[in-house]
Structures are given as structure tokens and as C-alpha cells.
Write a protein that binds this ligand. Structure first.
Ligand code: PPE
Length: 305
């Protein structure tokens, strides 16, 4: 169960955690008609700091645009409400979940007259793919479910209904004893994992799936920039499952997963079957940035206090 905080922001005001309820006939419950974000806040020497809040907020509004949903608050209002949600709950480090959804109104697929609601919750959330996985790497399965065959605009939006694809892939993988699923696009290229983007490393060069079938991860963009700054060449190019097996290293990126090493694909070890030097170097450098220990990337942090 999600660890409770005190308050949840709902349509412009804070309500008690246990009172943050919606009607069962809310449109989004029936049809997945919502857009959302996953954002993280970290403890730093200067107090809690939200990682790349501006970019997450932009993506929330972008998702709403793609879905033709009008969020009844300005970007500035949502930005401030996210910070206030962390502050009012006195959280030091937490996961933040803003969601804009079609609420209780007419039933049926025509969304035009449905009211749009926005809520923001925040709660402490530990290592998404496990502490063990962060240290020693996780195992992934090539999913039997292909990634949503969406056009690039839909793929770029974090729309709730699209996550059924991820949920099916994740359930299949964990039921069979894997930690995570990696999905292929309809051409058989690696797309992304249920909730992360994917990178491989070979001969000190990095490769990651280009934009098109994937969520444009904010962590992915941050790692590309960080890797470049550390002198690594990063190619945004399609690759296939066999390229993962022939790679020296593999890792996943995401807000919740941060930078998680992958040690095996379909029960076959990648490289020596444990996190490699490039992965560990990027992971450490990224953790330092998240916790405000590298002033070069100070603009990526939005301080709450
Ligand atoms: N792809 C997908 C499908 C995805 O859901 C995420 C985030 C990413 C890539 C990475 O994007 P970014 O967080 O901007 O680097 N996945 C969220 C899922 C968590 C959840 O279980 O819900 C997240 O990490 O917040």
C-alpha cells in the first residue's frame, strides 16, 4: 500500500489524504482518460529539491494537449501546487503524482462535456526495482506484448489508458520471475520497459532507443547529457534483443527507477552478468546530482523551501 501523507491537492485546495475521493462513474476510471506525471523530490543540504520539475510540468501539459484535454489551471498554478504539496506534507524525499483526469459527467466515449479534475499527491517511495536491483542489477524479459503501436505524438504523452500495455507486460514478466519487461516495437526493435527507458553500452559507447515509440524520458535526456559531459558518445539508434546480449552493459532510466543496472535478458547474462563500470559511474554521478552534490547541474533542482 502507498505510504500515507497528510494532504492531497485536489482542484485548487488541500484535502485530507483519506478524503481524496472521486465518484465511481468518473470517466477516467472507465476509459483511462487521464494524463499524469511521476516526479521525485530528494533530500539535499539545502532542503528538499524536486528534480526537473519544469520539464515534468511541461510534459504534463504536453500530454494534455495530445489528448485534447484542457487543464483548468495554468502551468504556474500546477508548478506551485506541486511544490506546496511537498511542503505542506513536510516530506524530505518523496514521489509526486500529479494527474489530470476526466471526472464525473456524461458516460460514453465522447469526452467533450466531461469535467477535468486535477490532483497532486506525494508520498515516500523507496527503490522502484528494489535496493538489491540498484546494487547488483535486475533481470528483464522480452515481452510477448508489443509496445503500443502509437504514432509518435501519442507515444510522447503520458496518458493513463496507454499503461494497460505496460501493465500486461509487467505482470507477465514478474509472474515468470523476472524483475521487469522490455517491449519491442512492431518491427522487432527494442522500445522501452514497462516504466523505464533502456540503454546499452558497448566499447564505452552508449546506445538508446530514439524517440518515436517511447515516452521521452526526462531521466533519459538527463543521462544522455551527463554521459556526453563525461566524454561518452551516445547514439539514439534502434537496436534489437541480440544487441543487448552482445553489449557489455545495460541499464534502465526513469524517475522511479533512477538508473537501475540490468544484469540479464531472458535468463542470459549481459557482459559479466553484473553492473559494469560505465553503468556504475553514471549511476553514482546521477545520484550525486539528484542529491544536490554537483553544482554544475544545479538548475535541474527546484528547491521546495
Ligand atoms: N517509459 C515509460 C513507459 C515510463 O512510464 C517512464 C516513467 C519512463 C519511460 C521514464 O520517464 P522519466 O520518468 O521521465 O524518466 N515511469 C514512471 C512509472 C512509475 C509508475 O509505476 O507509475 C516513473 O518512473 O515515474
Amino acid at each position: 500500500m502507498v505510504e500515507k501523507s497528510d494532504k492531497i491537492w485536489m482542484d485548487g485546495r488541500f484535502v485530507d489524504w483519506d478524503s481524496a475521493k472521486v465518484h465511481v462513474l468518473s470517466h477516467a476510471l472507465h476509459y483511462g482518460s487521464a494524463v499524469f506525471e511521476g516526479i521525485k523530490c530528494y533530500e539535499t543540504e539545502k532542503g528538499p529539491a524536486i528534480f526537473r520539475l519544469k520539464e515534468h510540468n511541461e510534459r504534463l501539459f504536453h500530454s494534455a494537449d495530445v489528448f485534447h484535454m484542457r487543464i483548468p489551471f495554468s502551468k504556474e498554478q500546477v508548478f506551485d501546487a506541486i511544490k506546496e504539496t511537498v511542503r505542506i506534507n513536510r516530506l524530505r524525499s518523496c514521489y509526486i503524482r500529479p494527474i489530470a483526469f476526466l471526472g464525473y459527467g456524461p458516460m460514453g466515449l465522447n469526452p467533450i462535456k466531461s469535467p477535468v479534475s486535477v490532483s497532486i499527491a506525494a508520498w515516500p517511495w523507496g527503490a522502484y526495482l528494489g535496493e538489491e536491483g540498484m546494487r547488483n542489477g535486475i533481470s528483464i524479459r522480452t515481452s510477448s506484448y508489443p509496445r503500443n503501436h502509437a504514432n509518435a505524438a501519442l507515444a510522447s504523452a503520458k496518458i493513463s489508458g496507454q499503461y494497460v500495455n505496460s501493465i500486461l507486460a509487467k505482470r507477465e514478466a514478474v509472474t515468470e520471475g523476472y524483475d521487469e519487461a522490455v517491449m519491442l516495437d512492431v518491427k522487432g526493435n527494442i522500445s522501452e520497459c514497462s516504466g523505464e527507458n533502456i540503454f546499452i553500452v558497448k566499447n564505452n559507447e552508449l546506445r538508446t532507443t530514439p524517440l518515436g515509440t517511447i515516452l521521452p524520458g526526462i531521466t533519459r535526456a538527463s543521462i544522455i547529457r551527463l554521459a556526453n559531459d563525461l566524454g561518452y558518445h551516445v547514439m539514439e539508434e534502434y537496436f534489437r534483443p541480440e544487441d543487448i546480449l552482445e553489449a557489455d552493459e545495460c541499464f534502465l532510466t526513469g524517475t522511479a527507477a533512477e538508473l537501475t543496472p540490468v544484469r540479464a535478458l531472458d535468463k542470459k547474462g549481459i557482459g559479466p552478468g553484473k553492473p559494469g563500470p560505465v553503468t556504475l559511474k553514471l549511476q553514482q554521478a546521477f545520484m550525486d546530482i539528484l542529491h544536490g552534490k554537483n553544482s554544475k547541474y544545479g538548475s535541474w533542482l527546484e528547491y521546495v523551501e
